[in-house]
Ligand binder design. Structure first.
Ligand SMILES: Cc1cc2nc3c(=O)[nH]c(=O)nc-3n(C[C@H](O)[C@H](O)[C@H](O)COP(=O)(O)O)c2cc1C
Ligand SMILES: [Fe+2]
Ligand SMILES: [Fe+2]
Length: 405
């Protein structure tokens, strides 16, 4: 019987057997506007191996793709590069259906899989740095890449085909029928890889750096980098570009760009934001003004990936900042963009705590605070708006100073 879903051959004896999630829009708080894929790979060696699985609801799609090229029961091994449920969700059902001889994961992967699925520890065998799995005519080598994305994360390398199966690293949330990066509009790839890094990996930059160095030292020839989300990298230019971007994004050198984030009830704080943005631009910066009634937190962090300044404004409501600003501040705090000049502002009526709380939070986040909060009582007049422009100019000068310093 012909299968509803087909495997895609990506190299001799190597197949993509993952699932396309066209409908995904919320990946724990990250707006995934273009959906995603969960990539699983099948190596049809003498001893066939399945590398990673898919999110639980996509089990049938994965099994159908597998069955289009092999009787699933013939798979000898399953390798779990990453225990997060978008890649392991259907592992218990896959084990039941396939009855593999062995399931392999890193030491931390063994623990994480046991804690997720209440498996016997012994049902998952441990592999680590330097270990190689003999597949008969082919082989699979493992490199642990802790905290890229979770403690269990590891990558697998197929030396005979020079393919790196990189789990979350180098991936993107992008649903497509095209399986290769070079088949897709480069501006979409640039945007979605940056957005993925900013929302998933940014706070782990020191670990990313370490992993990049580790893999570089192994000097593995790379014909293909096959991540667990989105399309596969198969051109030398593309591979160099994404590896270079990861090094650049994890270094987070400041740039001449400011992100102004704000929210407002009656428009005064937004008006302040607009004039501050003009001041920042006049001072020589690129500006992204993001009103949280119109923008999503995951787009704010994407803009911050290559910024040099973060300016946050909120009206005071009930002695506090507005909830949408608190939301994005919490998100930024977790993802830890670094090397930013920062400041706060806002309109208030009688007590005006919002911009003070923002100032304290930004200070606590270890940003370079160059000025006190700019607070305006109720509706800004010409003089107040002039202060906003000056505030923007001052922040621009400090940001340019930080870029040059
Ligand atoms: C529901 C509500 C609660 C407010 N609570 C405070 C407050 O606790 N302290 C304060 O200084 N102003 C408070 N204000 C006044 C606003 O901060 C003030 O109107 C400000 O100009 C609003 O700025 P916006 O136009 O950017 O929303 C409150 C206003 C509203 C509507
Ligand atoms: Fe992950
Ligand atoms: Fe993932």
């Amino acid at each position: 019987m012909s299968e509803a879903f087909q495997a895609t051959k990506i190299a001799d004896k190597v197949y993509w057997v993952g699932a396309i999630d066209w409908d995904l829009r919320d990946f724990h708080g990250y707006l995934t506007s273009r959906g995603s894929t969960y990539n699983a790979y099948l190596v049809l060696a003498e001893k066939p191996v399945l590398i990673d699985t898919v999110k639980a609801p996509f089990f049938d799609q994965m099994m159908s793709r597998i069955a289009s090229v092999i009787e699933p029961g013939e798979i000898e091994y399953i390798v779990s590069n990453h225990a997060e449920m978008d890649h392991s969700g259907c592992l218990p059902r896959a084990i039941e259906a396939i009855q593999p001889e062995q399931v392999y994961a890193s030491r931390m992967g063994q623990r994480a899989l046991a804690a997720h699925f209440h498996l016997d520890r012994e049902s998952v065998s441990v592999v680590g740095d330097g270990d190689t799995l003999d597949l008969g005519d082919l082989s699979l080598a493992f490199v642990e890449t802790r905290m890229c994305h979770w403690p269990d994360s590891m990558v697998s390398y197929l030396p005979e085909r020079e393919i790196l199966f990189s789990q979350d690293a180098f991936g993107m949330h992008l649903a497509s029928c095209e399986r290769f990066v070079d088949e897709i509009d480069p501006s979409i790839i640039d945007y979605e890889t940056a957005k993925y890094f900013a929302n998933i990996l940014l706070h782990l930059s020191p670990f990313i750096d370490k992993a990049l160095t580790k893999v570089e030292e192994l000097d593995l020839p790379l014909k293909m980098v096959a991540p667990d989300h989105g399309p596969i990298w198969r051109t030398q230019d593309g591979i160099q570009q994404i590896v270079g971007n990861y090094a650049r994004w994890s270094a987070q050198e400041p740039t001449r760009k400011a992100v102004v984030v704000c929210d407002s009830m009656w428009g005064s704080t937004v008006k302040m934001a607009q004039v501050i943005a003009d001041g920042l631009a006049e001072g020589g910066l690129q500006v992204a003004l993001m009103n949280m009634t119109a923008c999503h937190r995951s787009d704010v962090i994407t803009e911050l990936l290559d910024a040099g300044a973060l300016v946050v404004g909120s009206a005071t409501m009930n002695n506090n900042m507005l909830p949408a600003v608190a939301d994005v501040m919490m998100y930024i705090r977790g993802l830890k963009p670094r090397n930013l000049v920062a400041a706060s502002f806002g309109s208030f009526g009688w007590s005006g705590e919002a911009s003070k709380h923002l100032h304290a939070a930004l200070t606590d986040m270890e940003y370079q605070m160059v000025t006190d909060p700019l607070r305006i009582n109720y509706v800004p007049d010409g003089e107040a708006l002039n202060q906003c422009r000056e505030f923007g100019l001052q922040l621009a000068a400090a940001t340019i100073g930080a870029c040059e310093g």
